[in-house]
Design a protein around this ligand. Structure first.
Ligand code: SAM
Ligand code: FES
Length: 347
């Protein structure tokens, strides 16, 4: 099996059968071999820098009803909130002082934030912090809306495809949503000029190795600048409350594989990974990841943006999260980079 990893390292791709074989024959030794290669590729491209993104969870209202998500529309027990423009700008100000040069505005699909309101928010952030990147993660929009946000100054967009298998997609989402639309959004974002991120949950209900193979093939085909993967973690107020969480081990293995498939990709060690294991984010970096996304949201709303149970960093001030992650990265010999942390292709 080491040979398959060598092949992936050298050619950045495998056949579907080979991907499947590699995933299904995982072992601690094979993982260690993969992570060594993944670290080498990561260090060749980005050194030992870890890019930080200040995550601002600006609304937990959502018109969608994704079966896995704690802020889905049908969760009537979720206490809903929205941040005002001023509150968002306060988060940016605090983040800027802490060295953040990327702000990620993430939220549910909330009609309250009209295109006009968003354009105003994006323009103001870019005017106040011209040396910062703005990343949006607010779901599916029309080509025109994505274009208007881009023209207002947004640099990047995160939209996980969630699963590249249409049948699996249908089991995770209501019939009103489709994989085709999701993929079209990603191609539109890329065409407009955004640095684009797709991604999926590891161990989501009904996921098979074949689904993962399709995910890896789709990632190669789209060739995004960023890939966000993290374990699925059940939320007690969703239809998937009793489902099993994804594992640390498989998530790390896939991080390593994705690093070899897209050597220069921006790959976060996610909060979900830190939630299922106390050293999840450190292990993610050691498996090939190169980004962490500490929370900049006001502490009084943190508990309300509960996508899954037991999410970490709930009570921590932005500064605590920032320095906690710095220490964690230093403990494994890596350092936080106080830059925008763009993809290599745009440097
Ligand atoms: N509304 C935007 C969207 O759909 O892209 C952004 C917010 S959405 C809550 C962000 C991501 O959270 C989703 O893409 C999904 O992969 C992840 N997520 C939601 N529920 C989760 C769960 N139970 N476990 C792990 N990740 C989850
Ligand atoms: Fe938030 Fe460690 S990253 S407290």
């Amino acid at each position: 099996m080491n040979k398959l990893i060598d092949k992936l390292y050298e050619t950045c791709t495998l056949s579907p059968e080979e991907y499947k074989m590699l995933i299904d024959s995982r072992s601690p030794e094979l993982s260690e071999y993969l992570f060594e290669k993944a670290r080498k590729v990561r260090i060749d491209n980005y050194g030992k820098d870890v890019y930080i993104r200040g995550l601002i969870e600006f609304t937990n209202y959502c018109r969608n009803d994704c079966l896995y998500c704690g802020i889905r529309r049908s969760n009537l027990n979720a206490e809903r909130y929205r941040l005002s423009k001023e509150q968002i700008l306060d988060c940016c100000a605090a983040g800027y002082d802490l060295g953040f040069r990327t702000f990620v505005l993430q939220g549910g699909e909330d009609g309250y934030y009209t295109d006009e309101k968003m354009i105003d928010i994006i323009r103001t952030i870019k005017k106040n912090y011209p040396d910062c990147a703005v990343t949006l993660s607010m779901g599916e929009k029309s080509y025109e809306t994505y274009k208007a946000f881009y023209d207002a100054g947004a640099d990047r967009y995160l939209l996980r495809h969630e699963t590249a298998d249409a049948g699996h997609y249908g089991k995770l989402h209501p019939v009103t949503m489709s994989l085709e639309t999701r993929k079209q959004c990603l191609y539109n974002l890329k065409q407009i000029g955004y640095q684009v991120g797709c991604g999926f949950m590891v161990g989501s209900p009904f996921q098979t190795t074949d689904c993962l193979v399709e995910d890896l093939q789709f990632i190669k085909e789209l060739s995004p600048h960023m890939v966000g993967i993290g374990p699925f973690i059940p939320h007690h107020e969703t239809p998937f409350a009793d489902m099993k969480a994804g594992t640390l081990e498989l998530t790390l293995f896939l991080l390593g594989m994705i690093r070899l498939i897209l050597p220069t990709v921006l790959l976060p060690a996610t909060t979900a990974l830190g939630t299922i294991h106390p050293k999840g984010r450190e292990l993610g970096i050691l498996a090939g990841a190169n980004v962490v996304m500490p929370n900049l949201s006001p502490t009084n709303v943190r508990k309300k943006y509960m996508l899954y149970d037991n999410k970490i960093c709930m009570g921590d001030e932005a500064a605590e999260c920032r320095y906690c992650l710095q220490k964690r990265m230093e403990s494994i010999g890596y350092q936080i980079s106080v830059t925008r942390g763009d993809h290599k292709s745009v440097l």
